[in-house]
Design a protein around this ligand. Structure first.
Ligand SMILES: Cc1cc2nc3c(=O)[nH]c(=O)nc-3n(C[C@H](O)[C@H](O)[C@H](O)COP(=O)(O)O)c2cc1C
Length: 172
C-alpha cells in the first residue's frame, strides 16, 4: 500500500519527542509521501480518517507514556485498528539498550497493545536537561535518578522509518 497521507502524532513535554517525530515525518516526505506532523493535543479526531497510516510517539515519564498519548491510543483505537500503526517511545534510559531497559520500555506500551494492533515499535534515546524542567518534573527526575544528557540518535530514527517505508509502503 502506498499511503496517500501519513500522520505522525507525538506527545512531548520538552521537545525531544517532537524532534524525533519531525525526523520521521521528513524521512517519509522525502520519499514523496504526504505527511502531517502534529502534537497529539492539537489533532482534530474528525480528520483522522484522512490518513492511511499512523506513527504515534511519546516520551517515558516514570516508565509510562504521557497521558494524552495513552488516551489517543485508547479513544481512537477504532480508527487506528483499521490502518498500519507504528509507535515510537523516547526515554533517557534507552541510551543503554540493555534487555532490562528495553523490557521496561516495552511495558509502557503493553497496556494499549492489548487492544491496538501495533505493526512496528521503535525505542529511541532522548534528551534531558534538569535545569530546563519545571519544579515538579525536576524533583521527580532527581528522586527517580533518571539522569540527564543529550542522547538523541536521529540516524537510528531515519533508518527505522526507512525500514518501515520499505516494508509497508510498497505497491501490491
Ligand atoms: C518527570 C520525568 C520523568 C521521566 N521518566 C523517565 C523514565 O521513566 N524513563 C526514561 O527513560 N526517561 C524518563 N524521562 C526522560 C524523558 O523520557 C526524556 O528526557 C525525553 O527525551 C523527554 O521527551 P520530551 O523532550 O519530548 O518531553 C523522564 C523525564 C521527566 C521530565
Amino acid at each position: 500500500m502506498i499511503p496517500g497521507k501519513v500522520l505522525v502524532a507525538y506527545a512531548t513535554r520538552y521537545g525531544s519527542t517532537k524532534d524525533i517525530a519531525e525526523a520521521v515525518s521528513k524521512t517519509i516526505r522525502e520519499m514523496g509521501i504526504e505527511t502531517d506532523c502534529m502534537d497529539i493535543n492539537s489533532i482534530n479526531p474528525e480528520n483522522l480518517s484522512d490518513y492511511d497510516a499512523f506513527f504515534v510517539g511519546s516520551p517515558l515519564h516514570l516508565g509510562k507514556w504521557l497521558p494524552e498519548a495513552k488516551e489517543f491510543m485508547q479513544f481512537r483505537r477504532d480508527i487506528l485498528n483499521k490502518k498500519p500503526v507504528f509507535i515510537f517511545t523516547c526515554g533517557i534510559t534507552i541510551k543503554d539498550k540493555t534487555e532490562h531497559i528495553l523490557k521496561k520500555a516495552e511495558f509502557a506500551i503493553y497496556e494499549f497493545s492489548e487492544y491496538i494492533k501495533i505493526d512496528e515499535k521503535g525505542f529511541f534515546p532522548g534528551k534531558l536537561t534538569v535545569s530546563d524542567l519545571n519544579e515538579s518534573d525536576s524533583q521527580i527526575v532527581r528522586l527517580a535518578g533518571v539522569g540527564e544528557g543529550d542522547f538523541t540518535d536521529t540516524v537510528s530514527v531515519i533508518i527505522w522509518t526507512k525500514d518501515i517505508a520499505d516494508k509497508y509502503f510498497v505497491d501490491e
